[in-house]
Design a binder for this molecule. Structure first.
Ligand SMILES: NC(=O)c1ccc[n+]([C@@H]2O[C@H](COP(=O)([O-])OP(=O)(O)OC[C@H]3O[C@@H](n4cnc5c(N)ncnc54)[C@H](O)[C@@H]3O)[C@@H](O)[C@H]2O)c1
Length: 358
C-alpha cells in the first residue's frame, strides 16, 4: 500500500482530529512534518505526536519536504494561499472549512487544480458517516419518496472567550460568523441529501458579543424539486443542539446530536401503512462509521489512489460555499438570491459580506 508523504499546516485545536485521521490511515499516511506560525506550538505538537520535523514557515516546509499530500488546519483567511502553494509543489490538499474566503478564491483555486492536475478536498466530515451515506442511498433509490420539507439547525453557544482568539469574529479573518464557521457542516449535509437548491431568502443579526460577524441567521431554501428547508444557525443558544429533519413522502427522518453521532441517532418514522419490516430495513446500517475526519480521509485517499476527483472537491466542494454566500447576500440585501446568480462583478462573489456588513 502506498504511504503518502504528508505535512500538516496549523497545529491548533482541530489539528488533533487530523492526527486521529492520520493514525486511522497509518498504512497510507506518512506524516513527516508539521508547521505553525508559532514555532513553540509546532515544536510541542511534533514532539507530542512523534512527527519528525517542525517548521514555522510554509514555503520552507513545502520546499524541503516535497509532500504528496498537505493537511491544512490553519485559520480560514490563509487557506487559499496555502492551498495554492501546496498544489504548486505537486501535492493534493485536504483543507479545513471554509476552504477560502469567497467564490472568487474558490474559482481561482479550481483553475490551479486544472493546471497542476492536483485536487483539493474541503473537510466536511458530517456527510461521510455511515448513517449519512446510508440515508443518501435510500433517498436516491426512492425508498422514502421525495423529500418535501427539511429543518437544518445548528444552534450552539459561543461565549465571549471564544472570540478572544485573534482571527475569530471578523469578516477579514474568520470570513463570517455562525453560518460559515458553525452551520456550514449541516448545510453541506443538507445539500448532500436534498440535491440542488434553487432560491435562498434569509435574515441575520449579531447580538451580545463584540464582533463584526453574525451570530444568528435564519433562512429559507427552496429546492429544485419544490421542497423547502428552514436553516437556522446560532452561536447564542444555551441548550445546544444540532438537528436535521427531512419529511419525505413515506417517512420522517431525524438526526439529533451535538458534535458527534452514531447510526442509532438517525430516527426513521414511517408513514402509516409502511410495513414494519420495510421500516426496520431503513435503520439497518451494516457498518458503524462516525462523522470523523478519519471517515472522510479514507475516501480522499481512495480517490488519490485512483487518480480521481476526491469527494468534496470541485463542484461538490463548492456547493456549500455558494449556498452560504447566497444566505449572506439574501440577508444583507433583503432580496431573494438564485443559485448560480453570484458571478464575477457581484460584490458577493469577492467577499461573503459583499463588503456591506461590517
Ligand atoms: N472540521 C471541523 O469540524 C472543524 C472544527 C473546528 C475548526 N475547524 C476549522 O479549522 C480551522 C482552524 O481552527 P482551530 O479551531 O483549530 O483554530 P486554532 O486557532 O485553535 O488553531 C489555528 C492554528 O493555526 C496557526 N496559524 C495561524 N496562522 C497561520 C498560518 N499563516 N500558517 C500556519 N498556521 C497558522 C495558529 O497559530 C494556531 O495554532 C478553521 O478553518 C476552522 O473553521 C474545523
Amino acid at each position: 500500500m502506498t504511504r503518502r508523504r504528508t505535512v500538516l499546516i496549523g497545529t491548533g485545536a482541530i489539528a488533533e482530529s487530523h492526527i486521529s485521521a492520520a493514525q486511522a490511515e497509518a498504512e497510507r499516511i506518512d506524516l513527516v512534518a508539521a508547521m505553525d506560525i508559532q514555532p513553540e506550538r509546532a515544536a510541542a505538537f511534533c514532539q507530542r505526536h512523534a512527527i519528525p520535523r517542525a517548521y514555522h514557515d510554509v514555503t520552507e516546509m513545502l520546499r524541503v519536504e516535497q509532500p504528496e499530500l498537505v493537511f491544512i488546519a490553519s485559520p480560514p483567511a490563509v487557506h487559499a494561499e496555502q492551498c495554492r502553494a501546496a498544489l504548486e509543489v505537486g501535492a493534493w490538499v485536504w483543507c479545513e472549512k471554509p476552504l477560502c474566503q469567497s467564490l472568487a478564491e474558490f474559482d481561482t483555486l479550481t483553475a490551479v487544480e486544472a493546471r497542476t492536475g492536483r485536487y483539493i478536498s474541503t473537510i466536511y466530515q458530517r456527510r461521510f458517516s455511515s448513517g449519512a451515506r446510508h440515508l443518501r442511498q435510500l433517498l436516491q433509490a426512492g425508498a422514502l419518496g421525495q423529500p418535501r420539507l427539511a429543518l437544518c439547525q445548528t444552534t450552539w453557544y459561543r461565549d465571549a472567550a471564544y472570540y478572544q482568539v485573534p482571527w475569530r469574529g471578523r469578516w477579514e479573518t474568520e470570513t463570517g460568523g455562525a453560518t460559515v464557521t458553525l452551520g456550514i457542516h449541516m448545510i453541506d449535509l443538507l445539500l448532500y441529501l436534498m440535491g440542488d437548491w434553487r432560491e435562498a431568502r434569509s435574515m441575520m443579526t449579531r447580538l451580545d458579543r463584540d464582533i463584526e460577524v453574525e451570530n444568528i441567521l435564519c433562512a429559507i431554501l427552496a429546492f429544485e424539486n419544490g421542497a423547502l428547508a428552514s436553516v437556522v444557525n446560532s452561536a447564542l443558544s444555551p441548550r445546544e443542539q444540532t438537528y436535521l429533519r427531512l419529511d419525505c413522502q413515506r417517512a420522517t427522518v431525524e438526526l439529533n446530536y451535538l458534535y458527534d453521532y452514531r447510526n442509532a441517532d438517525w430516527r426513521y418514522t414511517p408513514l402509516a401503512g409502511v410495513s414494519s419490516d420495510e421500516a426496520a430495513s431503513w435503520s439497518a446500517v451494516s457498518e458503524e462509521i462516525p462523522p470523523s475526519h478519519a471517515a472522510q480521509l479514507r475516501h480522499v485517499l481512495d480517490a488519490y489512489d485512483r487518480g480521481e476527483h476526491p469527494p468534496a472537491s470541485g463542484a461538490d466542494g463548492r456547493q456549500a460555499l455558494e449556498c452560504v454566500t447566497a444566505l449572506y447576500k439574501a440577508a444583507i440585501t433583503g432580496q431573494p438570491v438564485l443559485r448560480g446568480s453570484i458571478q464575477p462583478g457581484d460584490p458577493f462573489y469577492d467577499r461573503l459580506n459583499g463588503g456591506m456588513y461590517t
